[in-house]
Ligand binder design. Sequence first.
Ligand code: NAD
Length: 409
Amino acid sequence: MNAYDNAIRQLEKAAQLIDLDKDVLAKLSVPEKIIMASLPVRLDDGTLKIFQAYRVQYNSARGPYKGGIRFHPQVDLDEVKALSFWMTIKTAVVDLPLGGAKGGVVVDPKSLSQSEIERLSRAWVRAFRPVIGPEKDIPAPDVYTNPQIMSWMADEFSQLEGKPSLGVVTGKPLEYGGSKGRDTATATGGFQVLMEAIKLKGLDLKKTRVAIQGFGNAGSVMASLLYQAGAKIVALADSRSLIYSDQGLNIEKVLEHKKQSGSLAGFSGAKEISQEEFFQLAVEVIVPAALENQIDKNNAKDIKAKIILELANGPTTPEADELLTKQGVLVVPDVLANAGGVTVSYFEWLQNISHNYWSEEEVEAELKERMIPSFEAVWQIAQEYKTDLRTASFILALKRLEKAIKVRI
Ligand code: NAD
């Protein structure tokens, strides 16, 4: 099963429970537009390399398309479709006036120089210029894309348009129209809802052990926030290494080590563990913050955690979801848990088009005002329909999407 099959299964499960209008279900079962391009990029050694690129504009019933761009060797069309579908659900869960989209390039950015990445990023904008724009479709960072890349993209678009068009992408650096708090938003929003989940599970944060998979934008900020709040981070994983310490890891030192060596591998005071061991750890919370399909029917049965907070998109397969629910594990789903990223992207876009910039405190307070009521609404629906939080999130989103679609078909 690929990520898109999983996404459609999630849609159908929730649609059945609320008897979703058949026309709306048909509309939401396919993307509105798929745009593909071959990007020719001149490498530093003079050779020309072609990169396959995608933009999937899934649904715009509630507003302009919105969603990140991923640079990764395993990007494929089904993955981008799934991610764009989840964006459609996510923006509706947190009630943003936006639709859902996603982009991707099949590339290993670690094998490219900075100037090659710049040429690739600018080529992406040239290829997709007709379909993106502040009122059409607004990309943002995702796996292996970052504020620097967003800056090149906004600059390329502005040059082509012949005017500053900062609102074309979000997740930009502060110096070039970025929002305070955007770089930490995904983890901050996740942290806010995790505190609610911890209360509901009757856990004490100071005695909570946590394992985090993925140590990039989402995972590393989450590790810092939990560490500062007194939780014990016992395990971390990145693409090269998984590390464990029964005493708890000093996250400041881990960040320093990762900055210097580029990886978690070789961090002193921790032992290396396998992926299998990672998911069997005696922890209260697991935070997947890397890629899709990490928790499947094979490892779900060994999970001892009481809460899984999905900062990654699509980390749990539908089979694993069922097992985890039976085991009493509270899964806070991606479409809610990581919605802080798109929420502050929305704030950035509002600031760009109004030319009025907010303080960090304002951003964090506004984020909390979206995240906590959304969590509470999802929790209520889960009780009402006696279902899991993922299905409840989908129900909340589908009811909103249904209204927006029905008034025009
Ligand atoms: P990133 O590029 O900053 O970091 C990705 C991390 O995952 C890196 O530490 C990498 O080493 C690690 N990784 C890659 N493959 C791995 C593997 N097989 N096992 C363990 N670790 C692995 O990306 P990010 O922005 O932190 O995104 C991570 C996840 O969060 C993605 O699913 C993304 O879609 C989701 N997300 C990100 C944002 C955001 O604002 N950045 C918002 C919502 C959701």
